[in-house]
Design a protein around this ligand. Structure first.
Ligand SMILES: Nc1nc2c(ncn2[C@@H]2O[C@H](COP(=O)(O)OP(=O)(O)OP(=O)(O)O)[C@@H](O)[C@H]2O)c(=O)[nH]1
Ligand SMILES: [Mg+2]
Length: 362
């Protein structure tokens, strides 16, 4: 997971370290020179003082010591470097390229860059503190901040909602092949593990084989599937599933939808109708993290066209980059709810920014 991004960040860190090392060698030369100068001055003072009267000697000695001490602490202070804009300008472009290459959306790269400047310019770097460590640590905090802006606790939300109504109707939308159907099966298993009852609605009536695929999952999981014939109205299928759930006191309806129709407009019209007729409690957008900026753009489009409440990002296990996960919530203004991390039913991870950061930064 995220091998590409991890390696890029590592070499970025190394590069900053090298720049810093070179600067330090130069600085140390200057400092050695200055230290020698100070010592020489002190020696000279000592010599002169020695010639002075004995009575004054003790007093002068004391003053001399103070003078030396002050000079030494001034030297230490000089080693506390202030990070300035020039210094950041020498490293930020490289970081921006790494982030763009890792599929972080342009507007998110800009945000990260400007936040890094805000937080780092004018900051004092103490003796022994490495600029590379400061930059990486701050980058991590900024990404966490971006990830947590639209925080939403799925479990807490549904637990509370179930106190008011039943069933909770969740529809899954997104383009074909991204993992909608698999994710519905994973969600069904997760909800049942938490003690809830679930019914699945076969709302993808467009793609040949979609109903059978969902049926197979339903049979394996022991979940009831509500289906009509291929080509039927998906809004009617989902409506039937809700009526069934109401009559059996079932907690959740999880509804599949088509990922592709004859035209994009057909698809959006169909989703709009599903929303109008079935009034979902949550519309979850599903896309694959390996799609990079395409996934982010689709999320934006689906949010504008039909409205989404959050995203489930699949196939993180196969994504070397990670930029989609960093960007999608910022761009849509909607939370990431879960990550898909494999093809097994249990490969679903509830969103947690620290979990993601751990996988990017180690
Ligand atoms: N590695 C990996 N594969 C996944 C993940 N989620 C789904 N897949 C695989 O992606 C492929 C497509 O998944 P589907 O669930 O059929 O996708 P869909 O969005 O329903 O596709 P359509 O029905 O064609 O619109 C399948 O082979 C899944 O096993 C994941 O988190 N990791
Ligand atoms: Mg499907």
């Amino acid at each position: 997971m995220f091998k590409f991004l991890k390696e890029k960040l590592k070499s970025f860190k190394k590069k900053i370290e090298e720049i810093e090392k070179k600067e330090e060698v130069k600085k140390e030369e200057v400092e050695r020179f200055e230290e020698k100068k100070v010592k020489k001055e002190v020696e000279e003072v000592k010599e002169k003082e020695g010639e002075k009267r004995k009575l004054e000697e003790v007093k002068v000695e004391k003053e001399r010591k103070v003078g030396f001490k002050e000079k030494v602490s001034a030297l230490i202070l000089k080693r506390e470097v202030v990070i300035d804009e020039k210094k950041l300008d020498s490293i930020l472009p490289e970081l921006e390229i790494i982030l763009l290459e890792s599929d972080v959306a342009f507007e998110v790269v800009e945000e990260i860059s400007s936040m890094l400047k805000d937080r780092l310019i004018g900051r004092r770097k103490k003796v022994g503190e490495k600029l590379a460590d400061i930059v990486i640590q701050e980058l991590k905090l900024i990404i966490k901040d971006i990830l947590d802006r639209n925080k939403f606790d799925f479990d807490e939300y549904v637990d509370n909602l179930l106190k008011e109504k039943r069933p909770i109707n969740i529809i899954f939308v997104g383009v074909n092949g991204t993992g909608k159907t698999t994710t519905i099966a994973k969600m069904a298993k997760r909800l049942m593990n938490r003690g809830y009852s679930v019914v699945i609605a076969a709302g993808d009536t467009f793609r040949a084989g979609a109903i059978e695929q969902l049926e197979e999952h339903a049979n394996r999981l022991g979940v009831r599937l509500i289906k009509h014939k291929p080509g039927a109205d998906p809004a009617a299928v989902i409506y039937d599933a809700i009526v069934h759930a109401e009559s059996k006191n079932i907690d959740f309806v999880l509804a599949d939808t088509a990922g592709r129709m004859h035209t994009k407009k057909n698809l959006i019209d169909q989703l709009e109708k599903i929303k109008r007729v079935t009034e979902p409690d949550l519309t979850i957008f599903v896309d694959e993290s390996i799609a990079g900026n395409d996934a982010v753009e689709r999320a934006r489009m689906f949010n504008e066209a039909v409205g989404i409440d959050g995203t489930i990002l699949t196939k993180l296990d196969a994504d070397p980059k990670g930029g989609t996960a960093i960007s999608i919530s910022y761009v849509t203004g909607k939370p990431i709810l879960f990550f898909g991390v494999g093809q097994e039913y249990d490969d679903l991870v509830k969103f947690d920014s620290d979990w993601l950061l751990e996988r990017i930064f180690g």
